[in-house]
Design a protein around this ligand. Structure first.
Ligand SMILES: [Zn+2]
Length: 234
């Protein structure tokens, strides 16, 4: 079988704290699809990672955003600017927040919390909100629907995995060779867990989504935060 997917590794240094994000590239018959694209300002980092994996950035045909958080969609506008032919996809439910038709939910959450924060955390809260106020928006020109199937990555299906945000999606290989979880699951101590429960907009839905992902018993779970968890039951 031809190449199905590659996992990129975007590395950031936040004042000595290293953070890694793991976007995925899926190869289809006619499409080369990047899933999530890092924080604002990540274009050069992305281009370098693509080339390391022998993918020309010009070859990308589509960017799929699992949801509206800035570590996932931050570089979408700059990527679209540099490569205008790239289609931008996200779930139908998430698209209005990514394009700016609706106010970003993380910003709404941050603003609602700001007054309740203890004094020593107010500066952080303010910074967080400002980050989202300056987030560059991008038009979603190819919305996705749960259950939709594509030939990307050897055949895959779009899964609705609400909770972290209402329109969050994950991508499942039709043969369960892999699952791209987005932030519906992170790796914690060799297990899948709910990402940052304090940011989770609907904890009950997030729990349900995590269970859904686990039920597929995929050979490997590719988590945007944490990388790859191989299924030990194999
Ligand atoms: Zn994230």
């Amino acid at each position: 079988m031809s190449r199905r997917f590659e996992i990129l590794d975007l590395s950031y240094d936040f004042g000595g704290m290293e953070q890694h994000l793991f976007p995925v590239v899926l190869f289809g018959q006619e499409e080369v699809v990047l899933v999530d694209c890092g924080y604002p300002g990540s274009l050069e980092l992305l281009e370098a990672q693509l080339r390391i994996h022998n993918i020309q950035p010009e070859a990308l045909t589509r960017l799929v955003l699992t949801h509206q958080d800035d570590d996932h969609m931050g570089a979408a506008a700059e990527l679209k600017e540099a490569y205008p032919s790239i289609k931008i996809s996200a779930s139908h439910a998430e698209a209005p927040y990514i394009s700016g038709a609706c106010k970003n939910l993380r910003l709404q959450q941050g603003e609602a919390l700001q007054d309740k924060l203890p004094e020593e955390q107010k500066a952080f809260g303010q910074q967080f909100c400002d980050r989202y106020r300056h987030l560059r928006l991008v038009l979603v020109d190819a919305p996705l629907f749960p259950g939709e199937q594509f030939d990307w990555g050897g055949g895959c299906e779009i899964l609705e995995t609400a909770g972290h945000t209402p329109g969050h999606i994950s991508i499942r290989a039709a043969d369960n060779a892999y699952m791209i979880t987005g932030d519906a699951a992170v790796i914690e101590g060799e297990k899948l867990a709910i990402a940052n429960p304090e940011y989770c907009l609907d904890p009950a839905a997030a729990e349900q989504s995590l269970n859904q992902l686990l039920q597929y018993n995929s050979c490997q779970y590719i988590c945007y935060h944490g990388g790859v968890l191989k299924n030990s039951l194999e």
